[in-house]
Design a protein around this ligand. Sequence first.
Ligand SMILES: *[C@@H]1O[C@H](CO)[C@@H](O)[C@H](O)[C@H]1NC(C)=O
Ligand SMILES: *[C@@H]1O[C@H](CO)[C@@H](O)[C@H](O)[C@H]1NC(C)=O
Ligand SMILES: *[C@@H]1O[C@H](CO)[C@@H](O)[C@H](O)[C@H]1NC(C)=O
Length: 265
Amino acid sequence: MKFTAILAIAGLASAALAANNVTDKVTSLPSCAPLPSNWWSGFLDITPTKSLHYIFIESLDKPATDPILIWFNGGPGCSSLLGLFQENGPFVIDDGETLIKPNPYPWLRGIFGENHPSLKAIIGDGQSDYLNRADVRQALNIPNWIPSYSQCNDAMYGTYMSYREGSVWIYPILKAYGYRLMHYSGDTDGAIPTLGTRTWIQQQGWNVTNDWRPYETEGQVSGYIIDYDNFSFATIHGVGHMAPQWKREDVTTLILKFAHKIPIA
Ligand SMILES: *[C@@H]1O[C@H](CO)[C@@H](O)[C@H](O)[C@H]1NC(C)=O
Ligand SMILES: *[C@@H]1O[C@H](CO)[C@@H](O)[C@H](O)[C@H]1NC(C)=O
Ligand SMILES: *[C@@H]1O[C@H](CO)[C@@H](O)[C@H](O)[C@H]1NC(C)=O
């Protein structure tokens, strides 16, 4: 019961480069414990002049058949490596810490029973410093001419146009295509409050198939969940915007159950 991959799209680069199974392979990360599954890092062509950086990490279980997860950070303007190295990847650096350490609950591992192979903590200088180290860039196949990494692009954030409808319009379309959707929200999130998310979901007029009830992780209430047709909304109790970082086991379990169609509550 594991994901095949986290595909982290890190940012725009102005050159046309293609993903390559051989040249994009990441063999190791400097001063890091051995990678527990195959990694690739490189660039995907988006237009003739624009490419996106990606990192593809194989499942720890059945890479050939496990579901694939694609992760995009928001911001606007933040790098998806932020989520990978803080929230959901196999190695993480917590806020204010200088150690990169194994994540005991990566979105790549089993839900039930199995333990992640034990991995040694490594020394870094926080996420940005870590990702800007020349040896780390080389390991991740980042060419020298690509600018230095920062977690978020403040200029992009500052000029981004906000609209009242946000991205609400996409959900009826995705539902109409038959996609199964889930939204989660840390219930102390001050940036995107649970109340606002609950409100726009209620405004869609979708039929409730299973009303609010608590769901649990290891016998403890993790939050509350409501199901509509092909759409669930789950709260994560007591954590904010970076919910996967501060309730790693609960959120990872929620995500993996959703992906593997295991009842959540
Ligand atoms: C990538 O290369 C390896 C080694 O040559 C090969 O076994 C594997 O099938 C390739 N994977 C893809 C997706 O092409
Ligand atoms: C839910 O998705 C299934 C297929 O995945 C589709 O047949 C059904 O119409 C969807 N239901 C609604 C209410 O969109
Ligand atoms: C809600 O369910 C009713 C009864 O099954 C159905 O007629 C209606 O189309 C559904 N509404 C939506 C938005 O799916």
